[in-house]
Ligand binder design. Structure first.
Ligand code: NAD
Length: 496
């Protein structure tokens, strides 16, 4: 069985806590590795190493930092397949989807290669007579990232590419369920020429997270995960004086207006609802069918389900893999049972698993119709291959539904009416909106983040917000007087 250690100071470091966690291949159900779970002392050591490295790294020129990012980008692009296979083996998503995850992470690296431009400040000549004022942005020092299981490469890249480019040292605490991608990225950073200690990985669970949250030398914490933990991270981190951005869970609605192109909407609902077995924070989990499109839409979605091939994500031709763990699979199955009990119509039942591989953590695709807002399948984030259809009569009811929901990550509208789409973008309370696009994950030069219970803090992730988050501003007011013109003046500085 493989042993997964930490990465501290540019090399693998075996854990000393004596605690380990299991890592499974979800497609076979087999335990393939054990991962070290860091103690508070081990986290402190990683932070100390990062602190020492941050000093030198922030002094490296912008072009030197950018060159490392370019090299890292080239290596990552060349070896996408290698990383995708690692992701599939521990997460279970199909290979093409894993490669897609890496490609979206790569975009963040590409954005960060432009750091010389992104770190530019502004300059005001002659703000007062003989006085110039300018602003600069500087790195924070040691920053930490705490990431979820569902994007073991992309989410760390959302954070570390901008953080490192901006001149910080980074300590990553990846999900203990699929930690190998983080170690692989660490090796790649080293190969790209990043100085030792600038990128570190501490594997672990709550103990490691708590150690980062209270450590006085960690200046900022970037978190992605479930809403209860995001709230905890935000409250604990900020109460210890840290800058925190904490992205939480989601319940993403796809509104389908009566004039929508039916096949395109049904295809989108399938892709966004069941891709990665629904384990995406931007997955569509609720289809809101408006008016008389409901019957044909449910029929069109149901007709597509039997064509999906469910199996080991490493096998060619597989559309959907297993869930992350046996416990999670059972939890999702429990939601289907609750939906049935609460009166939803089961159009397709993923619990009928006779045709699925026996040993992995598999669940089939579920489609629930006539779901109402009081049912638990509607209120809770299920994070599995379960799509609920809520039927409403009007656009106004559809928007009210989305806006009353606890979460506000992403949402989408399907329509041929540009005016309706524009009104939706104006009305809806969510951070990311798609118009005939079911998963509107922003490109890397915008920023990613939800509203309401999907985000704690006010900074979105990556892109321009990422640069702001991982740097702080300084304003310099300077005067270079002519020799001989100096005089004492006790008055408050004036600009005229
Ligand atoms: P999770 O909240 O269980 O874990 C996330 C991280 O927090 C992990 O590193 C984990 O070790 C740590 N953690 C877990 N419990 C903790 C505790 N009690 N104290 C301190 N740290 C703890 O999330 P997950 O199951 O790994 O990921 C799925 C969740 O992440 C879903 O809710 C999904 O919507 C969300 N997610 C959100 C986004 C987004 O951008 N908003 C993106 C991806 C995933």
């Amino acid at each position: 069985m493989t042993h997964i250690a930490h990465w501290i100071g540019g090399a693998e470091r075996a854990g000393t806590s004596g605690r380990v966690g299991p890592v499974f291949n979800p497609a076979t159900g087999e335990q393939t590795a054990e991962v070290d779970l860091a103690s508070t002392a081990e986290v402190a050591e990683a932070v100390a190493v990062a602190k020492a490295a941050a000093k030198g790294w922030r002094s490296a020129s912008l072009s030197k930092r950018s060159a490392v990012l370019f090299k890292f980008r080239e290596l990552l692009a060349e070896r996408t397949g290698e990383l995708a296979a690692i992701i599939t083996a521990e997460h279970g998503k199909v290979l093409a989807d894993a490669a897609g995850e890496v490609a979206r992470g790569l975009e963040n690296v590409e954005f960060a290669t432009g750091i010389p431009h992104l770190m530019k400040g502004s300059f005001s000549e002659q703000a007062a007579t003989g006085v110039d004022v300018y602003s600069i942005r500087q790195p924070l020092g040691v920053v930490a990232g705490i990431t979820p299981f569902n994007f073991p490469a992309m989410v760390p890249l959302w954070m570390c590419a901008t953080a490192i480019a901006a001149g910080n040292a980074f300590v990553l605490k990846p999900s203990e369920k699929d930690p190998s991608a983080a170690l692989w990225l660490a090796r790649l950073w080293a190969e790209a020429g990043l100085p030792e200690g600038v990128f570190n990985v501490v594997n672990g669970d709550k103990e490691a997270v708590d150690a980062l949250l209270v450590h006085p030398d960690v200046a900022a914490v970037s978190f992605v995960g479930s809403t209860p933990i995001a709230k905890y991270i935000y409250e604990t981190g900020t109460s210890h004086g840290k800058r925190v951005q904490a992205l939480g869970g989601a319940k993403n609605h796809m509104i389908v207006l009566p004039d929508a192109e039916l096949d395109a909407a049904a295809d989108a609902a399938i892709s966004a609802g069941y891709g990665a077995a629904g384990e995406r924070c931007m997955a569509i989990s609720v289809v809101v069918a408006v008016g008389d499109i409901a019957d044909p839409l449910v029929e069109a979605i149901a007709a597509r389900l039997p064509k999906l091939k469910i199996g080991n994500g490493a096998d060619a031709g597989t559309d959907m893999g297993p869930l992350i763990s046996a416990q999670h699979r059972d939890k999702v199955a429990g939601y289907i049972a609750a939906g049935e009990k609460e009166g939803a119509t089961i159009v397709a039942d993923g619990r009928a698993t006779d045709s699925l591989p026996k040993d992995g953590f598999f669940l089939g695709t579920t489609l629930l119709d006539n779901v109402t807002p009081s049912m638990t399948v509607y209120t809770d984030e299920i994070f599995g291959p379960v799509l609920s259809v809520v039927r409403v009569e009007t656009y106004a009811e559809a928007v009210e539904l989305v806006n009353n929901n606890e979460y506000g990550n992403g949402t989408a509208i399907f329509t041929r009416d540009g005016g309706a789409a524009r009104q939706f973008q104006f009305d809806v309370n969510a951070g990311m909106v798609g118009v005939n696009v079911p998963i509107p994950v922003p490109v890397a030069y915008y920023s990613f983040g939800g509203w309401k219970a999907s985000l704690f803090g006010d900074s979105h992730m990556y892109g321009p917000d990422g640069i702001q988050f991982f740097t702080r501003g300084k304003v310099v007011t300077s005067r270079w007087p002519d020799p001989g013109t100096s005089a004492i003046d006790l008055g408050f500085p004036q600009t005229r």
